[in-house]
Design a binder for this molecule. Structure first.
Ligand code: C2E
Ligand code: MG
Ligand code: MG
Ligand code: MG
Length: 279
């Protein structure tokens, strides 16, 4: 509402705001078109342990008709602030499960896990458990190969329901991990209660791990915390062998990052698995 203080009228909409609103509206309508027009694709980024690819993270890409390949940073936020994240998230889950089922038919790919990012908005849906199990059943994916990545920023409201849903899916073999760990606000009490299998050290701590002793200390503490809670650990954003070696020294043995490969189309990922990891 415009505020008048007697002297002048505050303009609520500056031209740049109007442009931002218009861009947003256009993006929302383009995202709807993307779902209908089959413009999404999942890329897969390798996860490596002991020189072997043990799985991947599925990362969403948008083949925009004019702008080319668009990354999730440019549209997931807006999708989350509208209901669009629900059909997009459902598409992602189905595409990843279809891929899992395809890989399961190829012996040397059969054990590869795929980690899928899910939004709190999806987890808050009443039908999330039912819908997820339906996708598993439809696609024939092995639920033991499916991991779901959630982030700490996921609201504390509805914790009981969230935990119940996670536990229900866990009983079917689906594993959960906490993404970008260390950047959110979750208390240790909350962490203790979530039925997690893995913590993922955020790449902001990996980036300067060799030069910033605080980052190294944080990484060391996250490893200790994971061990204490019986969770496995993975580091994201590993770009150099020196970072990898430092993480190994700190007790982290599983890595994801440009050192091993950028997110890539499924066929490229398959070729990489077949060729083996060089580093
Ligand atoms: P994230 O889940 O933390 O994914 C890791 C991001 O780090 C990816 O960015 C990946 O490309 C990037 N990355 C991986 N290794 C390196 C590295 O060595 N160095 C650097 N600098 N970056 C690296 P991307 O693909 O742009 O995704 C950004 C975020 O968008 C993801 O962060 C995730 O939060 C979200 N996102 C991606 N796909 C989905 C999806 O299907 N659903 C939902 N809800 N969110 C998604
Ligand atoms: Mg992730
Ligand atoms: Mg992450
Ligand atoms: Mg991250």
């Amino acid at each position: 509402q415009a505020k008048t203080d007697g002297r002048n009228l505050v303009r609520v909409f500056e031209p740049w705001m109007e442009q931002a609103v218009a861009r947003r509206i256009q993006l929302v309508s383009e995202l709807r078109g993307a779902l209908d027009g089959d413009q999404f694709e999942l890329y897969y980024q390798p996860q490596v342990e002991g020189g072997r690819i043990v799985g991947s993270e599925a990362l969403l890409r948008w083949h925009h008709p004019e702008r080319g390949l668009v990354g999730p940073a440019e549209f997931i936020g807006i999708a989350e602030s509208t209901d669009l994240i629900l059909p997009i998230g459902a598409w992602v889950l189905r595409a990843a499960c279809r891929q899992l089922a395809r890989w399961a038919a190829v012996p040397h790919n059969a054990r590869l896990a795929v980690a899928v990012n899910i939004s709190i908005r999806q987890l808050m849906e009443d039908n999330f458990v039912r819908d997820t199990l339906a996708v598993i059943a439809d696609t024939g994916a092995d639920p033991r190969c499916l991991k779901l990545e959630i982030t700490e920023s996921m609201g504390i409201e509805g914790v009981e329901e969230t935990i119940a849903k996670m536990e229900a899916l866990r009983r079917h073999g689906i594993r959960f991990l906490l993404d970008d760990f260390g950047t959110g606000y979750s208390s240790l009490a909350y962490l203790k209660r979530l039925p997690l299998e893995q913590l993922k050290i955020d790449r902001s701590f990996v980036r300067d791990i060799l030069v910033d002793p605080n980052d190294a200390s944080i990484a060391r503490s996250v490893v200790a915390l994971a061990q204490a809670l019986g969770l496995s650990i993975i580091a994201e954003g590993v770009e150099t062998m020196a970072q990898r070696d430092k993480l190994l020294e700190l007790g982290c043995h599983r890595f994801q990052g440009y050192l091993y490969g950028r997110p890539m189309p499924a066929e490229e990922f398959e070729d990489m698995v077949a060729a083996g990891v060089a580093r």
